[in-house]
Design a protein. Sequence first.
Length: 329
Amino acid sequence: MSEHGGAGQHGRNARGGVGVSGIGEFGLIGKITARLSYGPTTLLGPGDDAAVVAAPDGRVAASTDVLVDGRHFRRDWSSARDVGHRAAAANLADIAAMGATPTALLVALCMPADLDTAWAEELADGLSAEAATVGASVVGGDMSASPTLTVAVTALGDLAGRPPVLRSGARPGDVLALAGRTGFAAAGLTVLNRGFRTPRLLVEAYRRPQVPYQAGPQAAQLGATSMIDVSDGLLADLGHVSAASGVAIDVRRDGFEVPRQMADAAQALGVDPYTWVLAGGDDHALAATFPPAVVLPSGWRPIGLVTDGAGVTVDGSAYDGPAGWDHFR
């Protein structure tokens, strides 16, 4: 073993690629920053002690999330670009769920010394590409040696003069609506866990979420009373809204369409597809409540109602399956 924590001669790893120890921290930083592009809100990018990001609203929405190799992603299931897209999406969706527009990402990367530099560069490409879909930029971060590959991302966003949409604003009589899709990523994860790589629709949904970013600010402009990013499962996340708002929420199964690929996969694997739809995470749909007089725009569909009481039900009854993901269970 070399003094570089497991990298071989001239910094090459066991797979014959160039490990990060071969070019060093600053060499890798140079390679990554050379690949980044910057949106109009980035006033100063990487290169100094801190970046400078425009905040015309005078307030900044901020969120952070972490992905750990072997727990949140597997490198034999997802490319480095895929992981970059997923890591960015998890944070950008949180910003959108506050009714804000994402502006910037900060990324901390902890990695083994023999990690291919190409993997780290492609990760940066995925992060930057996902951020660019909403006009945001990767503006800085940090890196460290670690035995476990870990990607930690912080997102910043602009509220554009509007109040943030909180989890605590739902009121009895509000309509529960959803933008985006649920169950696709969870179905893809189940398929991968069973050793398959198809249906592609489901596997790709797990690898790269399709997040309805614009629906967040749109909901805020329409007067949404509460909103949340569906990251851990629809029922689990609606539980947070229910508790914060002091209301009951009823979800209707007929508000969802189960696509043929999901139905077929569920039948083949012996799974109820609504387990994925109601309790599966990682699609990063947005769930919001609206006053009953609001006409929902394209992209939003009603899936339930807010009532007096407490807790979350499905078709008027308690749900007896798992409601979603808990990192410590």
